[in-house]
Design a protein around this ligand. Structure first.
Ligand code: C5P
Length: 220
């Protein structure tokens, strides 16, 4: 029998990370934050001062990316043994991640790294193409979204809480740009999987969303 997967796709700031982590913890399942793989590649590129128009160089760095993940209450990510968790959440990292994520060969190279997370007893996978490309056979799929304004407000709050300086207007603009790039790219664009449940979390608390997602899995 296939190892069960719950996919949670959606745009930035919809609450996928928090919901996925809590649902995974509640179920005792593994957790894949696929965005952190693209973000780690972005950090590796920024560290090496790589030219973001040099696809061969980007691919070479993607192929040799040495990542280790640890998920307790929060996710810890190590790049070549060094903890990069604190840099993962910045807007600069997210923007570079979204630029390189549009390159089809990069997605291909990072595909197996994501599939490897499918381990017993199950997996909660969060991203943009979890239900459409990486785990198309997942039994349970969610498309989690919220209005752009609400997502910008949440992102702003998250950054301020982490002590990162932020500007709400700039965040709104960057979220809109990122959404546009993620939705309009040719390979694995952000799109709702046919059999995914659509949840708009704009007017919901995070606990309501978690309860709704858990209710999809628990009655089985
Ligand atoms: O989800 P997060 O904001 O961490 O993702 C950062 C960027 O990585 C996204 O804007 C998107 O371009 C890319 N990404 C992707 N496919 C995924 C997860 C993230 O293209 N499955």
């Amino acid at each position: 029998m296939a190892i069960p997967v719950l996919t949670i796709d959606g745009p930035s700031g919809a609450g996928k990370g928090t919901v996925s982590r809590k649902v995974a913890k509640n179920l005792g399942w593994n957790y894949l934050d696929s965005g952190s793989i693209y973000r780690s590649l972005a950090i590796a590129l920024l560290q090496k001062n790589a030219d973001l128009t040099d696809e061969d160089k980007i691919l070479e760095i993607a192929r040799t990316l040495d990542l280790a993940f640890e998920c307790n209450d929060e996710l810890t990510v190590r790049l070549t043994g060094v903890d990069i968790t604190a840099q993962l959440g910045t807007e600069a990292t997210g923007n570079v991640a979204s630029i390189v994520a549009a390159i089809p060969e990069v997605r291909q190279v990072l595909l197996q790294k994501q599939k490897d997370f499918r381990q017993l007893p199950g997996l909660v996978a969060d991203g943009r193409d979890m239900g459409t490309v990486v785990f198309p056979d997942a039994e349970i799929k969610v498309f989690l979204t919220a209005s752009a304004d609400e997502r910008a407000k949440r992102r702003y709050k998250q950054l301020i809480e982490k002590g990162i300086d932020a500007n709400i207007l700039q965040i709104t603009r960057e979220i809109e740009e990122r959404d546009c790039r993620d939705r309009e790219r040719k390979t694995a664009p952000l799109v709702q999987a046919e059999n995914a449940l659509y949840i708009d979390s704009s007017a919901m608390t995070i606990n309501d969303v978690i309860a709704q997602v858990l209710s999809l899995v628990l009655p089985r």
